[in-house]
Design a protein around this ligand. Structure first.
Ligand code: NAD
Ligand code: UFG
Length: 345
């Protein structure tokens, strides 16, 4: 069992990963500045697992604070989720994104090196693949120049980590390219809690279903896909969280830097998602077809065989469970975490 530092651990994917880490007997130290999350998620993680974790409010750009954390806890490995992820915002505020995501990551990697901690799992994204690749996307396909600054930061960090491990054999790094994380813990206690109007399909859809938003815009119905709408590889967040555990175990015993796709290998269109959601929940979703969203590709889904074979990981949840769990979370928490505010101090 290991001591794991989880940066960004109060967020959507991080909080689900904390549950899996605690349930597998690991000790967890979360380091998060709560810029896009609330401590409430971690209070609920501890309620679900009946286990304690350490929470430190801090910013990954703060080298002294990171040094203190590494000195205070005997950290074996880091899972690095902390960062900003809103594509539109990244276009309006490039420096802000370069600072948090790129400079913040460098600051973290330097602190790890000073503390002699060389095991790292990093949250990357399928957005780093070149848009001309034909799905299923596999890890050997070329990366491209992402058409937004958020994606660009993921590509730069991936490339830095590959160079870092090539230059110093002590590093052992997993680059996990997530496809489209959706769903929530089956308890309905934790889930995705976007600030403001959601950018992504699933939280938008569940907020329409719960009556917070009026109707869903379907961005384009003239793509070359099964029904003209965009196709993506949706993956249950609990399966994604488990992939971090598998990658961590792999990295604790192997050196080098390795990329893994984390998806189900199945594509679903926007209309398929809407209709499946209606079937699972019995709720009719009002929607209207709108123009294509700039920067979207028609189809993106994974070849996940490398992760299945090398990490002994297998997604367990199908689309119906992803939709049911997204809905359970939204229904039980119509305003997300905002109605419950517990201070951790
Ligand atoms: P999230 O916003 O819920 O979680 C990120 C967490 O990082 C938040 O709790 C936030 O408060 C924290 N944070 C941000 N900047 C920080 C800083 N400078 N110092 C300390 N903490 C900071 O997002 P998520 O969906 O859980 O995503 C986690 C990671 O996975 C991110 O790196 C994201 O880019 C990546 N990712 C997400 C998706 C997705 O669709 N959700 C897809 C691909 C990759
Ligand atoms: N969509 C709609 N209406 C909406 C929102 C989305 O029709 O209100 C459509 C999009 O056009 C797309 C699909 O639903 O066809 C999925 O869109 P999302 O915004 O949910 O997800 P993306 O595939 O655009 O992006 C996600 C993450 C990014 C990550 C990328 C990697 O949000 O962080 O996957 O492929 F980089």
């Amino acid at each position: 069992m290991a001591n794991i530092l989880v940066t960004g651990g109060a967020g959507y994917i991080g909080s689900h990963t904390c549950i899996e880490l605690l349930n597998h007997g690991h000790e967890v130290v979360v380091f998060d500045n709560l810029s896009n999350s609330r401590y409430e998620s971690l209070r609920r993680v501890q309620k679900i697992t009946q286990k304690h974790l350490v929470f430190i409010e801090g910013d990954i750009r703060d080298a002294d604070h990171l040094d203190q954390v590494f000195q205070s806890y005997s950290i074996d490995a880091v899972i690095h989720f902390a960062g900003l992820k809103a594509v539109g915002e990244s276009q309006a505020m490039p420096l802000h994104y370069f600072d948090h995501n790129i400079a913040g990551s460098i600051c973290l990697f330097q602190a790890m090196k000073r503390a002699n901690v060389f095991h790292l799992v990093f949250s990357s994204s399928a957005t780093v693949y070149d848009a001309s690749n034909i799905s299923p996307l596999h890890e050997e396909m070329p990366t491209g120049m992402p058409n937004n600054n958020y994606g660009y930061t993921k590509l730069i960090i991936e490339q830095m980590l590959q160079k870092l491990s090539a230059a110093d054999a002590r590093w052992s790094i997993a680059l996990l390219r997530y496809f489209n994380p959706v769903g929530a813990h089956t308890s309905g206690l934790i889930g995705e809690d976007p600030q403001g109007i959601p950018n992504n399909l699933m939280p938008y859809l569940t907020q329409v279903a719960v009556g917070r938003l009026e109707q869903l815009a379907v961005y384009g119905d003239d793509y070359d896909t099964i029904d003209g709408t965009g196709v993506r590889d949706y993956i249950h967040v609990v399966d994604l969280a488990n992939a971090h555990l598998c990658a961590l175990e792999n990295r604790l015993s192997t050196q080098g830097c390795r990329v893994w796709n984390i998806g189900t290998g199945q594509g679903s269109s926007v209309l398929q998602i809407i209709h499946a959601f209606e079937k699972v929940t019995g709720i009719k979703i009002p929607y209207q077809v709108a123009p294509r969203r700039s920067g979207d590709v028609a189809t993106s889904f994974s070849d996940n065989q490398r992760a299945v074979q090398e990490l002994a990981w297998q997604p367990q949840y199908g689309l119906a469970e992803m939709l049911a769990d997204s809905w359970k979370w939204q229904q039980q928490n119509p305003s997300g975490y905002s109605s419950t505010q517990h201070k951790y101090k």
